[in-house]
Design a protein around this ligand. Sequence first.
Ligand SMILES: Nc1ncnc2c1ncn2[C@@H]1O[C@H](COP(=O)(O)OP(=O)(O)O)[C@@H](O)[C@H]1O
Ligand SMILES: [Mg+2]
Length: 261
Amino acid sequence: MANKKENYVSKQELVKNNEEKEIKNKKKIKEKDVSSKNIILSIKNASYRYSDAEEDDYALRDVSFDFESGKMYAIRGRSGTGKTTLLSLISGLEKCTEGEIIFDGKSLKDMNLDKYRNSDIGIVFQSYNLLPFMTASENIILSMDANGLKIKNKKEKAIELMEKVGLKETYANRKVLRLSGGEQQRVAIARSLSYNPKMIIADEPTGNLDKQTETEILEIFKKLAHEENKCVIIVTHSGNVCDTVDVIYDLKKVNDKEISK
Ligand SMILES: Nc1ncnc2c1ncn2[C@@H]1O[C@H](COP(=O)(O)OP(=O)(O)O)[C@@H](O)[C@H]1O
Ligand SMILES: [Mg+2]
């Protein structure tokens, strides 16, 4: 009798062991899937409420997006849908109220965010944010210095970065206030590349530019993603941007019935 029972238990265990093996295998395959997808940044159920907002007044609610290296993304949404807030979370300037953001396998909660901002991500703004009375190359060198980069010939490096965004060497010594909007945005992109970040995030980077110049700037971002394996994330409501990117994520107003997907 006792034997029979033992026998029965061991069979049950066998089934359990097999089930566990199967689950482990499935997990391994899933993990492989994720790594083969090359995800560099993952937003997991992120919600954000500003400290002065009312208890239920969220700027973002339950947003989950994945971003891969080598791809260009648009985050699209009408005014007030939380695009800038989301970029603040991605760039580590604000912390999620709920949920989390994983960069390169690590939660931003456990990272040195100054180091993250100074080495892993480059930020490009709609209004370029350059110092107008300094030259193009001085603006780029300033960023190298601010980030503590140890480069022998900084000017040479700045010129190299400017060439990458289609600006000839002669532009290096020109004051920013003597450059067109498109040229200024090129300098700003070159500046964001000075420490070779894995990700570039841009808040309406072509919002002040005409369509032709916008197309040229988008080509630069596209090249950075497809040829240099960077992850490029652009917040926008421009149709031209959305036509250029590989993936579009839509943000909806929190109060709309349909939550951001
Ligand atoms: N500093 C702040 N304090 C309180 N509420 C804010 C602040 N900044 C933005 N918001 C609110 O958060 C929501 C999302 O804003 P924002 O991220 O700027 O949207 P978008 O960039 O898509 O226009 C809006 O309702 C806005 O009023
Ligand atoms: Mg905004």
